[in-house]
Design a protein around this ligand. Structure first.
Ligand code: SF4
Length: 295
């Protein structure tokens, strides 16, 4: 990926909602890089980039993307950077780009919790208004089996701390994460955590296995039995049925998903559940998902 001589360290990932954003790689890779299902940054060693390295890139991108309204800080969890490192980067972005709608990045709950409330408010004041957090599940047992390095409580604490500082979150839940064995508890605890944190945005992705089922099974610390498409729909239906928060913008439109769903929860819950019920009835019971090409 090149933009006017800005050379990105590939691969670069960004959320679908950042398709029109300028991307600045404030960090390379993921500082955690241990989740059993994730191959996004396994080819990279985590590195924080210096402001000196970033300054010329920010200037070039501000010329190419003149008038852009959104900036996404890559890679995996740029929010792991301390406030002392992030604030000068945000200052430079604001100087070069001028008025922006928002700056965003991926974050882990622990990345939020290591910052003080006043630091979070300072970051919000410099335009960092949205964090994408792949919490994957609310189920503590499953969080351990996938080696997420977070718990139900650490996730709730981190997200609510961001919300209290005025930073919105976009939460990702991974359909199919626990296979047949953990499906029900995954759906119910994931709905419970969503009801507690009440994020602005919620999306569900479907577990994808770019290196195959056997590779994933070696990393999953438990008995993983792959679900059929119908079983994935049933899990998603149970998850949505148990959400009772209001005004969450919900999207299930990632390349990995077998059915496109969009709506506002819980206002559109009945309609989404009905769509899933129809999909359940019209899909062969023994059909398994095919791996989308995401790497
Ligand atoms: S899922 Fe997120 S936190 Fe886990 S290894 Fe991948 S990028 Fe890192």
């Amino acid at each position: 990926m090149f933009f006017n001589s800005v050379k990105y360290d590939e691969p670069v990932f960004r959320p679908p909602g950042e398709a029109r954003s300028a991307i600045i790689q404030a960090t390379l890779g993921c500082s955690w890089n241990k989740c059993a299902f994730c191959e996004m940054y396994t080819s990279k060693k985590f590195k924080a980039r210096s402001l000196e390295d970033l300054k010329p890139e920010i200037e070039k991108l501000s010329n190419v993307y003149s008038g852009v309204k959104k900036i996404f800080l890559a890679d995996g969890n740029a929010f792991v950077l301390s406030a002392n490192k992030l604030l000068p980067i945000l200052d430079e972005i604001n100087i070069q780009f001028g008025k922006l709608q928002r700056i965003s990045s991926y974050a882990l709950p622990k990345d939020i919790l290591i910052k003080s409330e006043s630091e979070l408010r300072d970051l919000r004041g410099r335009g960092l208004k949205l964090l994408y957090v792949g919490i994957e599940t609310g189920d503590n047992e499953l969080l351990k089996l996938i080696n997420k390095g977070e718990t139900f409580n650490s996730t709730v604490d981190g997200i609510l701390k961001a919300h209290n500082a005025g930073i919105d979150t976009s939460i990702m839940i991974l359909n199919g994460l626990g296979g047949k064995m953990y499906s029900e508890q995954h759906a119910i605890k994931s709905a419970e955590i969503i009801n507690m944190i009440n994020p602005k945005f919620l999306s569900t992705l479907t577990l994808s296995l770019p290196f195959g089922l056997e590779h994933f099974k070696k990393k999953f610390i438990g008995d993983y039995q792959q679900q059929t498409i119908v079983e994935l729909f049933l899990e998603l239906k149970l998850f949505i049925e148990n959400i009772n928060s209001e005004n969450i913008i919900f999207r299930s439109n990632h390349v990995s998903n077998n059915l496109i769903l969009k709506g506002t929860l819980s206002k559109d819950k009945d309609q989404l559940v009905e769509m899933l019920q129809q999909a359940i009835e019209s899909t062969p019971k023994d059909k398994y998902p095919e791996a989308p090409d995401m790497l």
